[in-house]
Design a protein. Structure first.
Length: 145
């Protein structure tokens, strides 16, 4: 049975590193703001094994007019568990959390390879692609809740 629950930031590293920072030191898995009281990390467990993660930051992007915004960062599912609906479940969990907490817009920087995944969940691309140093090409994406 799969369960999504809130986890400490340090627990995200075992999924962040192989999926998002492969070949890079564990320190590269630490994101600014990870340990703020307003940041929430959710882990998806399959029979007690952490297989997917997503982090939700209380971060406003001035491009958007909405006052109550949240940024998704570090969404990752272990490669052996990808394409099985776990990523969808993590994103929907964040959306429900945001709705329950009065957030009206989610935004994030999506890797080019993940754009199609997010578009299926009704996220829209905003603007042109841009490069994040040492990580690669990304697109700004958002969804009003």
């Amino acid at each position: 049975m799969n369960i999504i629950k809130e986890i400490p930031s340090k627990e995200t590293y075992i999924v962040r590193q192989p999926v998002l920072r492969n070949g890079k030191p564990i320190e590269s898995c630490i994101f600014e703001g990870d340990d703020l009281d307003t940041t929430h990390h959710f882990g998806l467990f399959d029979q007690d094994k952490l297989i997917g993660i997503i982090s939700l930051f209380s971060q406003t992007n001035p491009i958007f007019a909405e006052k109550n915004q949240a940024q998704i960062r570090g969404m990752a599912v272990l490669e052996s568990h990808q394409k099985k609906g776990f990523g969808d479940a993590l994103v929907k969990h964040c959306e429900n959390y945001c709705i329950e907490n009065g957030i009206d817009l989610i935004w994030f920087n999506a890797r080019t390879a993940a754009v199609g995944f997010y578009q299926k969940l009704n996220y829209k691309i905003i603007g042109a692609p841009f490069d994040i140093k040492d990580v690669g090409e990304h697109y700004l994406m958002s969804k009003k809740l």
